[in-house]
Structure formats: structure tokens, C-alpha cells
Design a protein around this ligand. Sequence first.
Ligand code: UD1
Length: 367
Amino acid sequence: MLKHLACVVGARPNFMKMAPLLRALAAYAHVRPVLIHTGQHYDENLSDVFFDELGMKRPEVCLEVGSGKHGAQTARVLERMEEVLEQGPPGGGRYDRLVVVGDVNSTMAAALAAVKLGVPVAHVEAGLRSFDRTMPEEINRIVTDSIADMLFVSEPQGMENLRREGHAEEHLHLVGNVMIDTLLWLLPKAKARDTLARHGLRPAQYGVVTLHRPANVDCPQTLGRLLDVLHEASRQLRLVFPVHPRTRQRIERFGLSERLNGGGVLLLPPLGYLDFLALTSQAHLIVTDSGGLQEESTVLGIPCLTARPNTERPVTVEQGTSTLVGSDPEQLRVQLEAILAGRYKSGTCPALWDGQAAGRIARVLAG
Ligand code: UD1
């Protein structure tokens, strides 16, 4: 019996999670994945470039929801996804299951549309909890998990969280981390690129910065203080900062651009996957508020200062190379100094982050 899977992506961090899964599913002739892009991210450098670099087929369905307030964006995905699911897969039949990854608005909205139509939901990267309900992603995670009946989990704490929330054991699968499948697959290709030379950088002689979370970039004082510390640190170590469109808008609107002048901070537009991995994998340190980068730096063994008060990925702090510094400039300064002075912990790679997670998931989805 054929199995039709509606596989949904929407925003940048979804692409590297879905790509290995589609490759793994190709081993099962009776499984027909249909790739659906909500269009939450639509810029060339936040979306298109990833399809080429990750070797992913172009989406068969695009919902073109675009940007907007959370309610409006979520509502557009919900409305358009409902229609797509009702129409069924191209070529006829019905969808047997919806597969979503991560925790962006598209993840939650697509899952909600499906479950209302009786299409069961599989969630990849289930069970992560920051216990901070002011984060939009936390709400997306809680809602998505609560309506999914196949929960694929990347770290042991996620299993505990889902058990505590009352999920039945047969719905839970500890499979490892699909994003790391992509990282390990593309690392040699990324390192072979001339990315560092193009930006005048040498291995281990620069740091990488990314910031885009509302808690860090939406308040002028918070963002200004973080930029000041980075500017100061950049006198000792050059810092490369690919700037998310949201952050660029805020820097401009708050008149903070000149705060970065004259130091060693190199501002870049958002990068594709391979250029970004080339940079992170050879960096001396990373400063970020991204969820995925905490995990990637742990696998790469690169010190990572996470500009958040909490994390839904505790294994990256307990076992990996990440340290939480919140939005506190002083904490960031102290930890930057520790790394530069060679006084920083080293980490180990979590179990099952071995490049084979997608294969484990595909086996369950195909069964
Ligand atoms: C989204 C996710 C976040 C993820 C991040 C990765 C949610 C709630 N947030 O945040 O979890 O870490 O993606 O990048 O889903 N914009 C563009 N071009 C685009 C898309 C967005 O310029 O292609 C601008 C728009 O002005 C938009 C803003 O960025 O208003 C924010 O985009 P949005 O998709 O709402 O959230 P992100 O901050 O990207």
C-alpha cells in the first residue's frame, strides 16, 4: 500500500532537518513524500539557496504565506494548508500522515490543520522545552507535540518532558538529531570551500555571531549593550556576523549601526548553508541565540556562548560546549575572556548525534 506523506517546511532551520529525511525516505518505494513549503521564509538567502545546497527537490506545493504578525502568519498557514490537505497529493489519493520539523510558526500551524482533518502528525525534534512561554517557539513546541502521535526526539531530556506531559510510550522515539545528519554529510564539502579566504579570515582566528531572537534584538538597550560587548571583544578577535533580516531592520531602526564601526566586526548578509558551516566549523568561538547553532557547535567542539536565559536543548550545556549567558553583557564579556584565555570547558558529542537519525525516523514512518 502506498503511503503519502505531506512533508512541511517553512523557515530556514527547517530545511536542514527535512533534507536528510527526504533522502532516507527515498529508500522506501511505497512511501511518497510530497514537499510543501509554507513560504514563511521567502528571501533567496533565507530559503532558495538551501534547496540547492542540501540537494533537496523543489517543493511541489508553495503556500506563499510570507511575513506578518504571529496570528496572521499562523492563520494563513492554517487556512492554506487545510486546502492543500483536502485536495490530497498530486496524482490522487489522500495523505496518510503529515511530517513537521522544528518549532517555527509553520510547524505548529501545519500540524493543527492536519489533525483537524484527521491526518495524523509526526513531529521531528519533539519534546524540547525551555519552560519559557514568552518564547514563540515554546508555544509552537507544546501545541505541536500535544497533537502529534509520532514524536521523534533528539535528546534524553525530551523523552522525560513528553512522559511528564502524559504521552504514551509507544508514541515516543529517541532517534537522535537530523540536523546533525546534514552537518556531518556536508562538513567536508563546506571546509573545502574558499569561504574563509574570501573574507580574509584564517582558521581559529575569528569568532562567529548570530542574533535574531525578539528578546535580544527587539529592545534598543538590550541590543545596544550586546553590540557594545561584541565590538569591544572584536579588538582581540575578529567577529563575523551574518545578520538576519529582522536584526538588520532593528539595528537600522534603533540607529545602532555606528556602534559597530572601527572595530573588528564584519557584518555580512545571511549566508547559505555551506558558507555558514565553513565559517562555524573553523571558528575559535561562537556567540548565538539560535537553537540549532547550540547543537552544531557541540558536535563541532567549538565553544558557544548562548545569548539566552534558558535552553530547550540542555544536553548542549550539560554535555556540549555551550554556556548560557542570557542577554547580560557582563556574563558575555566574562565568558568571552575565559575562552580567549584558554579557560573554557570542552564537551562531548551526545548519543545518537551520529548522522543516522533520519534513517531511524524513515524506518518508523515507512513501517
Ligand atoms: C523564524 C522562527 C525562529 C527561527 C528563525 C530562523 C518563528 C516564530 N520563528 O524567526 O524560530 O529561529 O525563523 O531564521 O517561526 N523576513 C525577511 N525575509 C524572509 C523572512 C522574513 O526579510 O524571507 C523578515 C521579515 O521582516 C519578517 C522578519 O524577518 O517580519 C521575521 O520573520 P519571521 O518568519 O516572522 O520570524 P524569524 O525572526 O525569521
